[in-house]
Design a protein around this ligand. Sequence first.
Ligand code: MG
Length: 449
Amino acid sequence: MRGIVNEQLTPLMALRLGMAVATFFGDGCRILVGRDVRCGGDMIAKAVMAGVMAAGGKPYYAGYAPTPAIQYGVKTLGYDAGIIVTASHNPPPYNGIKVIGPLGVEIRRRDERAIEEIYFSERYRVASWKALAEDAGREDRVINNYVDAVVSMVDVDAIRRRGFRVVADCANSVGALTTPRILRRLGAKCLCVNCNLDPYFPARQPEPTPETLATTSCIVRSVGADLGVGHDGDADRAILVDEKGEVWWGDRTGSLLAAYVAGEYPGAPRRVYTAVSSSILVEEYLSKHGLTVEWTPVGAINISYKLVEEGGVAGFEENGGYIHPPHQLVRDGGMTLALFLEMMAREGAKASELFARLPRYYAVKTKIEMPRSKAVEAVRIVAEKYAGYRQVRIDGVKVFGEGWWFLVRPSGTEPVLRIMVEARSREEAVKLANSLIELVKAEVLGVKA
Ligand code: MG
């Protein structure tokens, strides 16, 4: 559930959702509740908790915490479920509610439907007055439990010996509660940027991108840091900045980490999962390391459940979400950063040297406004036009060429067609993007060039 808080996402909805979730997980279910920094977070969290209690569940409030810290808390501190009040990377007016299952992973779509069914039919369990003697609980271990876990997953001595300087841009949200602490435990000097909690997100939009991290990239260069990291609003994403100030998308970071982790965990199935929105450089690079890449629909939950069911070395998205399975089967910004520092330490390399190992591609991302039905038609027409090429058709159409690729897909959340193109040169990428735009405009929207 996501929307502008107190307009589209109201405490009444939160109350009813809390009742539906506790009805679904059953009498006496223990539910961990946490939030990011956003406006209305306290109001929504308390309404959710009231709903959980009304339906006979027991909520425990963790307060401010990153999504991966709450997910790890659900998995390791004995909870039946979790509810996170966050709108992740969305703009500041938004808030949201996310339901986590006992493994710490977002619940499956079929469980979501079951909860929706209870919500819309209002078939809630109603606890008797005698069952309501206790107040909501507190859970104060979430942050320490998570920081300890992340630090325990990496070679602390090797990282400490390097004495890294790291700029941490936590988007004025909850990543500020964990990432600077992880860095200190790893003997790094942490320079905090946007680390005061501020629900208005005054410094930048909560989504970490080369544009929103422009200032942070300048800071990394000017203070001579070894690395920079930018989180989103709930710190499950980490976008890295090398010591030269170049900002790298998550499919680049993910490819380097997956190859590294494959060497560290030789027993793990030689598979890596990534969304179709990732670059084909993922395949080019990881096949050289004996790893098979499986493409998934966009949405991290698809990758998490692939790892739950089939196992693998890693899963990641181009937006900066990286999953390290030995730790937990969900995206984790703090874990991603710690692993990357370990790789830099063990391989004795600068960040820019590691990224230079990857094939170089130039990207163009654009979108065309149109209703969903037209966007679906556009995908069909583009797929026909490029019928002679290798294609992946699980979410829009991804076409693989020699030294170029593109993805054309209807957005899951807006009435737009998204177009992503990469090629060996910027000119080629722009040319290909323009030809796709022309094709779609002429054949789907009936606009003459
Ligand atoms: Mg997020």
